[in-house]
Design a protein around this ligand. Structure first.
Ligand SMILES: [Zn+2]
Ligand SMILES: [Zn+2]
Length: 266
């Protein structure tokens, strides 16, 4: 059996829209033999999603930080990192920066979950008329992804082609927009993740798509692995297949976040 990648850096808990306690997720990571686990509960500027039930409420960030730190102190056999998945909204950069500066996060994942106020991943929006001009929506998504990278707010960009989650047929080629985003990510020195529970979304595959990952590799963009677990059993989800996806794209190493050192892929 091959050893797993160094860490699962995208784990949600009950502090945002996940189910488990940090300690329960750490136990699962230990069972899988993961050397590191990083929590990345949602943190959203108010304007990103007025119904911000899914994020860590501002009154609970302190408790989230403490719970992760406690888990870190309790388990010496695994590195437990305090991260966060912060929504990128261009008009809220200042607000995001202030939220992030208020807490001692070990790393920050940036994510684009909405395009100009359109929460494209909300199930009621799956058949919204905006998808009928799909190219415009996709291109704007990648423009925002590139701006997220250039903003200096994030260490990692989560699920880089999340806009493809519904598997809607593409009406035109948006690779120019994808490439521009990738160039911005490479120039900023930001990492991307292989997001393994992407297979559970309607499009049925991990993020990013193999072609995008190949281009990311050619540009020298660092890679981490994240399950995007929302339940305890999803920690380290299909990491074996995630590693195969990365290796097929040309990656031979990934980032260990506790040290920021590149490690060979197993
Ligand atoms: Zn996300
Ligand atoms: Zn997530």
């Amino acid at each position: 059996m091959t050893s797993p990648p160094p860490g699962d850096y995208h784990v949600h808990t009950r502090f945002s829209d996940g189910e488990g306690e940090p300690g329960q997720c750490v136990e699962r990571a230990l069972t899988l033999g993961l050397p590191e686990i990083g929590f990345a509960d949602h943190l959203a500027p108010r304007c990103a999603d007025p119904n911000d039930e899914y994020g860590i409420g501002s009154a609970h960030v302190e408790a989230y930080v403490s719970a992760v730190r406690e888990a870190s102190a309790r388990y010496s056999e695994i590195a437990v990192l305090l991260g966060v998945e912060a929504d990128y909204v261009p008009e809220a950069e200042e607000e995001i920066a202030q939220m992030l500066a208020a807490y001692p996060f070990d790393y920050v994942m940036g994510a684009v979950h909405s395009v100009d106020g359109f929460s494209f991943d909300d199930p009621p929006n799956r058949d919204d008329r905006r998808w009928s001009d799909g190219a415009a929506l996709y291109e704007r998504y990648y423009e925002l992804l590139g701006r997220a990278a250039s903003s200096g707010l994030f260490d990692i960009l989560a699920h880089p082609d999340y806009i493809t989650l519904w598997g809607h047929a593409m009406r035109s080629d948006v690779s120019a927009a994808e490439n521009e985003a990738l160039r911005a990510i490479a120039a900023a020195g930001v990492a991307i993740e292989v997001n393994t529970t992407g297979v559970l979304d309607p499009a049925g595959r991990m993020y990013p798509a193999p072609g995008l990952l190949e281009r990311a590799h050619r540009l020298g963009i660092p890679l981490v692995f994240g399950s995007d677990a929302h339940t305890i059993d999803q920690v380290g989800w299909s990491f074996g297949e995630g590693v195969i996806l990365a290796m097929k794209a040309g990656y031979t190493s990934c980032l260990r976040l506790s040290s920021h050192i590149e490690e060979p892929l197993p």
